[in-house]
Design a protein around this ligand. Structure first.
Ligand code: COA
Length: 198
C-alpha cells in the first residue's frame, strides 16, 4: 500500500492538539496539528513600550503568548509590587486577542513545565543584553533541555529603554512619554507622590 504522510505544522512548536488518520484510495495520510504557545517572562518593573513592542511581535508568531511576571526577582529591588506590575501589564494587553498575563513564583523552568510551554520569548536590544540573555538561556536549557529560548528585537527606538532608566528619567522631571504606556506614567507619578509624602 502506498503511503503518503502529510504533516501540517503551523508553527515551530509544541502542544499537540490532535492527529488523525485518513484512508482514501489506498493512501494513508497522517495529520499532525500543532499549536504554538510561548511564555514571555520578566520582572516588568514597570512594563515599557519596548516590552509591548516585543509582545506584539510574539503575538504575531504564536497562537498564544503568556506574559509571566516574576513575583520576586532575587537581586532586584522592585519599585512596584507584583500586583501592580501585573495590573500595569494587563491593562495593556487588551489590544492583543491572544495574550494573557499572570504572576509566577520560583524557577522559570518549573513554571514553564507546569504550563506545558516549550518556548520562552525574550527581547534582545543592544549587544550588551546578549551576555546576560545567553547565560540565562543556557542555564534554563541546562535545567530543562526541552525548553527553547527565542529572541526578538524590538523597534530600534526602544533599544536604549529599560525599566530602571524610565524610573530615573521620571524622578528627574517625568519626560518618559512615548517610552511607556499612559497607565505606567500615571503609576510612576503616584509612586513619586507617595514617596515624597512619606
Ligand atoms: N524594552 C525595554 N526594556 C526592556 C526590554 C524591551 N523590549 N526587554 C528588556 N528590557 C529591560 C527591562 O526594562 C529591564 O530593565 P532594568 O534592568 O533596568 O529593570 C531589563 O531589560 C531586564 O528586564 P526583563 O526583561 O523584565 O527581565 P528580567 O531580567 O528582569 O527578568 C526573569 C528575568 C524574571 C525572566 C528571570 O530572573 C527569571 O527567570 N527569574 C525566575 C527565577 C529563575 O528561574 N532564575 C533562573 C534564571 S536562569
Amino acid at each position: 500500500m502506498k503511503k503518503l504522510q502529510l504533516t501540517l505544522v503551523f508553527a515551530t512548536s509544541t502542544t499537540s492538539l490532535g492527529c488523525g488518520h485518513v484512508f482514501a484510495n489506498g493512501y494513508y495520510c497522517f495529520f499532525s496539528i500543532l499549536m504554538s504557545f510561548a511564555i514571555y517572562p520578566g520582572t516588568f518593573d514597570p512594563v515599557t513600550n519596548g516590552h509591548l513592542d516585543v509582545l506584539e511581535r510574539a503575538s504575531r508568531i504564536f497562537d498564544h503568548v503568556l506574559v509571566a511576571i516574576s513575583v520576586d526577582n532575587s537581586g532586584k529591588k522592585n519599585a512596584f509590587d507584583c500586583e501592580t506590575r501585573v495590573k500595569l501589564v494587563e491593562e495593556n494587553i487588551g489590544q492583543f486577542k491572544n495574550v494573557s498575563a499572570e504572576p509566577f513564583n520560583g524557577l522559570l523552568v518549573d513554571y514553564a513545565k507546569s504550563k506545558g510551554a516549550k518556548i520562552l520569548v525574550r527581547g534582545l536590544r543592544a549587544v550588551s543584553d546578549f551576555e546576560y540573555e545567553f547565560q540565562m538561556a543556557q542555564m534554563n536549557r541546562h535545567l530543562d533541555a526541552e525548553l527553547e529560548t527565542i529572541f526578538l528585537m524590538p523597534n530600534e527606538k526602544y533599544f536604549y529603554t529599560s525599566s530602571s532608566l524610565i524610573k530615573q528619567v521620571h524622578l528627574f522631571g517625568g519626560r518618559e512619554s512615548g517610552l511607556v504606556p499612559e497607565n505606567v506614567s500615571s503609576a510612576l507619578k503616584k509612586l513619586a507622590a507617595e514617596k515624597s509624602a512619606s
